[in-house]
Design a protein. Structure first.
Length: 257
């Protein structure tokens, strides 16, 4: 009888262990193999107040580009100096103060659009006919509110899948079906809801993150935790069966006395 009870307890332990789902969640649900899905093109990063920019002006005649690279200690005999850059900060009004051209409003422009704008201004004002401008955003930062609560600085931009991988992948402790992305646009903040578990995540307007975005990974409540739900669903009938078996064992034990 004792061995039988031990066997029941062992089988019960195995059943409970099998009820616990893994700590990883399934994502990209609905995406099928060997099916082509239209890919949304990355959106250009739009410049915002307080962004830091590196701007380099090049010309076949180095002396013409020198005034626009005034902070470089320009040396026309040094090819390496021509590859240095000058840093500018966008002020709260959305402007940068550019040599000879004066204040330039850059908010809402992409780096490529700003390059075209500066090149056109220098050409139209007769400064450099063959001007080539390279603009690089220095401070692409994303704030992640979750387990680590960190601010990420990246180069070249980031999308939500890359962010998820960098934060450790899909985690059962957070609501992967209800991720909040807060974005500031045109002087106003807007919150977007993203379901990382579905393939439609690739079509989200915030799939490609912008600088200064805030990503909130919401913690799960016990009722929302699929592990707890699976455990409760499986344990309820199991405990009923165990109670029935225990009652039978007690009755058999009494009848044998």
């Amino acid at each position: 009888m004792r061995r039988f009870r031990i066997l029941i307890l062992f089988l019960l332990s195995l059943q409970l262990a099998g009820c616990v789902s893994p700590k990883r969640l399934s994502i990209f649900q609905g995406m099928e193999y060997d099916v082509r899905y239209e890919a949304k093109q990355p959106e250009d990063i739009k410049l915002q107040p307080f962004d830091r920019l590196e701007i380099l002006v090049l010309s076949e005649i180095p002396q013409l580009a020198a005034p626009f690279n005034a902070a470089l200690n320009f040396n026309e005999s040094s090819s390496s100096s021509a590859r240095q850059v000058v840093s500018y900060e966008v002020d709260r009004e959305g402007c940068i103060e550019f040599p000879k051209l004066g204040p330039i409003n850059v908010v809402g422009l992409s780096t490529r659009q700003l390059e075209d704008l500066l090149e056109e201004e220098m050409k139209s004002r007769g400064y450099i006919k063959d001007a080539t401008v390279k603009v690089t955003l220095q401070n692409f930062e994303i704030t992640v509110i979750g387990e680590r609560n960190e601010q990420m600085s990246v180069v070249g931009g980031m999308n939500l899948v890359q962010l998820l991988a960098r934060t450790g992948g899909p985690d059962i402790r957070f609501r992967m079906d209800d991720v909040m992305v807060i974005r500031t646009e045109n002087g106003a903040r807007q919150a977007y809801q993203v379901d990382l578990c579905k393939k439609e995540v690739f079509d989200s307007p915030v799939f490609y993150l912008q600088q200064n975005d805030i990503v909130y990974l919401k913690p799960r409540s016990p009722r929302q935790d699929p592990t707890v739900q699976a455990l409760l669903t499986s344990v309820t009938p199991l405990m009923s069966a165990a109670s029935l078996v225990t009652s039978i064992l007690v009755l058999l034990n009494i009848s044998n006395k």
